[in-house]
Design a binder for this molecule. Structure first.
Ligand code: FMN
Length: 163
């Protein structure tokens, strides 16, 4: 069983979750930022993490998603400023799933990640960002230990599906 944990992280939140998932995996495993991934063939499962940006998947992750082999087993994880379980992060995860129509998505996970207060102040003023930016005011302690524990449980559940 070989697992790849790959991620894009602009400010470190998604990287924190990626490392936690990576550390917890009981498998032959690799941890790579998305820009260092050359070839995903040979992995039984790819964990792919990203920060939600503008309700969607950052462009820097698109290349990896386009190059996933047909039938590749994949699990998505993301961090976001908006409330967990809400419709906003769901939209981004659905975009990710829509970008890999030939892959086999085994599961998804999301938790909150802090946002620089200056960014919040800037984006709150823009109608297309207002809702998540207002929700992000309460995200400054995330991802926290409970989020990381949930991420590890998610990862264990994914591995159980691959085996
Ligand atoms: C330009 C920009 C756009 C963002 N857009 C969203 C968004 O649409 N919804 C949301 O919930 N959070 C949004 N966020 C917050 C990030 O998703 C959140 O802070 C995330 O944890 C950052 O992860 P990172 O540290 O791995 O980059 C945005 C942040 C930035 C800087």
């Amino acid at each position: 069983m070989k697992a790849l944990v790959t991620y894009y992280s602009q400010t470190g939140n998604t990287e924190k979750v990626a490392r936690s998932i990576y550390d917890s995996l009981q498998a032959d495993k690799e941890l790579l930022p998305v820009h260092d991934v050359r070839d995903v063939t040979g992995y039984d499962v790819v964990f792919c993490g990203f920060p939600v940006q503008a309700h969607s998947v950052p462009v820097k992750v698109h290349g990896l998603l386009k190059n996933l082999p047909d039938g590749q087993k994949v699990a998505f994880f993301c961090t976001h400023g908006s409330l967990r379980g809400g419709s906003l992060p769901k939209q981004a995860i659905e975009s990710a799933i829509g970008m890999v129509p030939r892959a086999k998505v085994l599961g998804t996970f999301g938790c909150r990640g802090k946002v620089d207060p200056q960014i919040i102040a800037l984006l709150r003023a823009k109608p297309e960002h207002r809702q998540w930016a207002e929700e992000a005011v309460g995200a400054d302690a995330h991802p926290d230990e409970a989020d990381l524990s949930d991420a590890r449980a998610f990862a264990a559940g994914i591995l159980a599906k691959v085996r």
